[in-house]
Design a binder for this molecule. Structure first.
Ligand SMILES: [Zn+2]
Length: 371
């Protein structure tokens, strides 16, 4: 079955939850019809004219971009200016556009984790971890044979215990209930006490997702009135946020690290701030424009911040603080997301039994040319 745009948005929410986006950001559907059927999806970094033209020429109905098409409120839709021209071109060609921006920056396995892996970091943690989620324990009583379906429904909202998700526990037992007049029981008869062989499943959930998790539980549970208990927990969930900080596999000099990044990421140029001979091991990174995290990275003991869009005064600030900077360029720090996101989306779309081809934009280039 071909998915609708709304199905893909729901799948994306599982990969890079939209709730993780920064407040100033604008993620999710940028333009289009959530009910439209999708047979082909293109992934690109930018919602630029070339990407839209390539999507249309390739027969795509959905373009998923990292940078949002609509970033600031639009006061008028002028087709001679951006984003009006691109919006009109997309809508005239039934091309829907969805953005996964800072939600994918912060997400587990997202743009910053991909960059951290390419740099070879270990003991990776979020750099600007701001969200330490509340956790809730839900215990539900399920008739034998329905355990997997219920867990599948609830694990979409799984809280984390350290680096572990989908934490649950099961015990078997006998449940009783008496269906009253007006009920439509799945087991038993009205007015008679029923003894049912049931499994108690305890699942760790993110507190903010509780209403959605309870709705999913009711949809998946065979009983007319599912029995479940909710327990608030003092434990805190996984922290998530922008950037990453971690350790190199072994110490390297700043110059060696910058040169290695230049080679590994295929950069035309890399530049750094600091003494090239300085031995570094604790590395902070942030794809895109992350220089605003300089002081925070320094306060966490990072010796280097790897990011893009470094300005002159950022470099002077780094010198004054005594932290090094490696500027790998905005485009090059993020372009790897296109293939990475394509892989993740393919896996999830196929896993849900949907049929849609997912391709990457071939014509994206860094707007900067180095001579
Ligand atoms: Zn960016």
């Amino acid at each position: 079955m071909n998915p609708r745009v709304s199905d893909i948005i729901e799948i994306i929410d599982g990969i890079a939850p939209f709730r993780l986006a920064e407040e100033w950001d604008n993620v999710g559907l940028q333009a289009g019809d959530p009910t439209a059927t999708v047979t082909r999806i293109m992934i690109s970094l930018d919602p630029c004219r070339k990407a839209v033209e390539e999507s249309v020429a390739s027969g795509c109905q959905l373009l998923v971009t990292h940078h949002p098409l609509i970033f600031k409120p639009i006061r008028s839709l002028n087709l001679l200016e951006q984003p009006g021209e691109i919006l009109a071109k997309a809508l005239r060609n039934n091309l829907n556009i969805v953005a996964v921006h800072t939600n994918y920056d912060a997400a587990d396995g997202g743009i910053n984790d991909l960059l951290a892996e390419r740099i070879g970091l270990r003991q990776i943690q979020p750099l600007a971890a701001q969200r330490t989620g509340e956790l809730v324990k839900l215990a539900v009583f399920v008739p034998k044979g329905h355990e997997e379906k219920i867990m599948e429904a609830l694990f979409r909202f799984s809280g984390h215990m350290g680096n572990y998700s989908e934490c649950s526990f099961q015990t078997g037992g006998t449940g009783t209930f008496k269906p009253l007049k007006g009920s439509d029981p799945y087991l038993g008869s009205i007015g008679c006490r029923e003894y049912a062989e049931e499994t108690r499943i305890e699942v760790l959930l993110r507190g903010e997702d509780l209403p959605a998790a309870c709705r999913a539980l009711r949809e998946a549970h065979p009983y007319e009135e599912p029995a479940y208990d909710l327990y608030p927990l003092l434990n805190k969930g996984a922290s998530q946020g922008l950037g990453r900080i971690g350790l190199l596999a072994g110490p390297a000099t700043l110059d060696q690290l910058a040169c290695r990044l230049k080679d590994d990421l295929g950069l035309a140029v890399a530049r750094y701030v600091g003494e090239g001979s300085r031995v570094v091991e604790k590395i902070a990174l942030c794809g895109g424009s992350g220089a605003s995290l300089l002081r925070h990275a320094h306060s966490l003991g990072a010796q280097v911040l790897v990011t893009g869009d470094v300005k002159y005064h950022d470099a002077r600030d780094a010198e004054a603080l005594g932290i090094s900077l490696i500027d790998i360029g905005h485009f090059c720090s993020e372009i790897h997301m296109v293939k990475g996101f394509c892989r993740m989306l393919r896996k999830e779309v196929n896993g849900k039994g949907f049929e849609a081809e997912i391709i990457v934009c071939e014509n994206e280039r860094d707007p900067f040319v180095y001579c």
